[in-house]
Design a binder for this molecule. Structure first.
Ligand code: BTN
Length: 351
């Protein structure tokens, strides 16, 4: 199993030249024996390591770490400007929108329990509006329904973005769906074809999950509703890592057979998210429902819907309404008389 120690070791490995166990042990203030054990953990997780001699290790493929300079460059290529106001260990850019400009900051950490938990912890002491926290590795990454979020270091984008709204939390019920649409749009712009959505907010490719969104809301600050938007996206997710997951999952690498550049992808996604959040804050989910439905992999398909109380409903997906509810009918023409559902887990029926 990977730990923060194995991630620290991983950060010291290189694909171009081998490092000796003795040198790595010195850098990590540990024993050579521990280095060998950590190397084994890394290999077991699916990251290939070349043993150049018995005690010299090299990465078989370069790992693409998150980097503030590379991210800033990618944001500037997409029209953002470097902001004059910079804080320590974070980078702030200004994104031009139709009518105004929106500042956005990024912080990177190597290891953390969960980027979303960290933004929630910061909320009482600092304004997390438009602050993004990205991590290479989460020790307690959280998915929806209390599920863990599994990822390979360097093979996933894991970040959380704080956003302040003046409306109450009911207004934000469709926000996770708008966010998944923004990510799908960004992936399409970056050259990934056939990216679709699965209600309520999974990003899928041929019915296999590529990524997910976890939005958590806080009303603790007076006169504002804060959303912590957590995003996890599989870029490279080898078989051994997929084992604990019961659902069909895939990664971006499998789509185009090349490894997407993480800093570039993060920039492209954040620009789309900022545009989406700005529109959402004004118009709510209604502004996105038609485009969302167009991307829905299950539209017009017969599905089984497992409700939170474990009851099962069956029907044809006939639409998504302006609040983001799923509409199930008896036939594809039933849009106006179908039954409305606001929660549940869908699967194709018959499977
Ligand atoms: C899902 O279950 O589909 C949602 C997954 C969300 C995972 C991301 S990874 C970054 C952020 N931090 C977390 O602990 N969870 C979210």
């Amino acid at each position: 199993m990977l730990t923060s120690d194995s991630i620290t070791l991983l950060r010291h490995l290189d694909a171009l030249r081998a490092h000796s166990a003795a040198m790595l042990a010195e850098k990590l203030h540990t024993s050579q024996q521990k280095i060998h054990a950590l190397i084994k953990d890394i290999e077991d997780a699916g990251i290939a390591i070349v043993h150049e001699s018995k005690k010299n290790y090299r990465l078989a493929h370069p790992l693409d770490w998150l980097d503030l300079d590379a991210w800033q460059q990618a944001m500037q290529t997409r029209g953002a400007q470097l902001s004059k106001k910079q804080a320590v260990e974070q980078r702030t850019v200004t994104i031009p929108l139709q009518k105004n400009k929106q500042p956005l900051s990024l912080m990177n950490v190597v290891t953390i329990d969960s980027t979303s938990s960290e933004l929630m912890r910061r909320l009482p002491h600092e304004d997390i509006h438009a602050l993004t926290l990205a991590a290479e590795w989460q020790t307690a990454g959280r998915g929806r329904h209390g599920q863990p979020w599994y990822a390979l270091p360097g093979g996933n984008l894991m970040f959380s973005l704080g956003w302040r709204f003046s409306q109450d939390s009911h207004f934000l019920s469709g926000l996770p769906m708008a966010i998944s649409l923004a990510i799908a749009n960004a992936l399409t712009q970056e050259g990934f074809a056939h990216i679709q959505l699965k209600w309520p907010n999974d990003i899928v490719f041929h019915y296999q999950k590529l990524g997910g969104v976890l939005v958590e809301i806080s009303n603790d600050i007076p006169d504002a509703t804060y959303a912590v938007i957590g995003v996890g996206l599989n870029l490279f997710f080898p078989r051994p890592m997929r084992e604990p997951i019961t659902r069909a999952v895939t990664d971006l690498y499998s789509i185009n057979k090349t490894m997407p550049e993480r800093n570039t992808l993060l920039a492209a996604i954040l620009i789309e998210l900022v545009k989406t959040l700005t529109i959402y804050a004004r118009d709510g989910f209604a502004a996105f429902s038609a485009s969302w439905q167009e991307r829905h992999a299950y539209h017009n398909r017969a599905v089984r819907l497992r409700l939170p109380d474990t009851h099962i409903s069956k029907g044809i997906v006939v639409g998504i309404d302006d609040d983001g509810a799923l509409i199930l009918g008896d036939s594809a023409e039933d849009k106006d008389k179908g039954a409305r559902y606001t929660a549940g887990e869908i699967s194709l029926y018959p499977a």
